[in-house]
Design a protein around this ligand. Structure first.
Ligand code: CA
Length: 239
């Protein structure tokens, strides 16, 4: 399989070397820069699949780099590395597209999980062949169009958010089988904190509401562990 290409900008030389080597040992291809000055032209030439950007950098900070890069490729996934002293309202600092934040110090496993998560989301939305790609999933009388982020019942089409689409796809691609809360949280939020767990509850009730026009569909809560979709008017799929 083709290697995933990572553009990595980090001015802490030692940390940068450790992360680069760890990623390379996991079969990533890494292009490392120590400041932001040539990030944009490197991006254009190297064509990475994902960018990992320290925020505090000489010449040009991570947000400015991301802004330039996104003007060239609006969908490129970006992970920002934040220093310990930077606060949580950073999240409002950069709104665009598929990005994530990782606080230093981080483990390489954590970085890879977040990278894979963003790559998964972006490839599903692009309909890339790198991942499994069933464009339309049937759920009872509904059809979920993954790339278009639409839920269709006969002539009625509802636009879904990106997270609603991914959540419903996770549940609907294994009808009758349990999907773990932690898997959902890690895939969609890269983080299974209490706060995100409450958000997940909200998303689940929204999906229940959207699917209520087909009374045969049920999203069953498996207490403490997760959810599963059960479809009662289709005996071959029910449990
Ligand atoms: Ca720095």
């Amino acid at each position: 399989m083709e290697k995933i290409k990572v553009l990595y900008v980090e001015d802490e030389i030692f940390l940068a070397r450790v992360v680069k080597e760890s990623l390379e040992s996991r079969n990533f291809d890494v292009c490392l820069l120590h400041d932001g000055s040539i990030a944009q032209e490197t991006f254009t030439r190297y064509k990475p699949d994902i960018c990992v950007l320290d925020i505090m950098l000489p010449q040009k900070d991570g947000f400015s780099i991301a802004r330039d890069i996104r003007s060239e490729d609006p969908d490129i996934p970006v992970i920002f590395l934040t220093a310990k002293t930077q606060t949580t309202d950073l999240k409002e600092g950069f709104e665009a597209g598929g990005n994530d934040y990782l606080k230093k110090p981080f483990s390489i496993e954590e970085l890879i999980i977040r990278m894979n998560n963003l790559l998964y989301i972006s490839s599903r939305l692009k309909g890339s062949t790198r991942m499994r790609s069933e464009e339309i999933i049937r759920i009872g009388r509904f059809q979920l169009h993954f790339t278009k982020q639409e839920l269709q019942l006969e002539n009625h089409i509802r636009k879904l958010s990106r997270r609603e689409t991914i959540l419903l796809e996770m549940l609907a691609s294994q009808i009758g089988r349990p999907v773990l809360r932690t898997d959902i949280l890690m895939k969609i939020w890269s983080d299974d904190s209490f706060y995100n767990s409450r958000s997940l509850d909200v998303y689940i009730s929204k999906l229940r509401d959207y699917l209520s026009d087909d009374p045969g569909i049920q999203i069953v809560t498996l207490k403490g562990t997760g959810y599963r979709i059960v479809i009662n008017n289709n005996p071959s799929q029910s449990v």
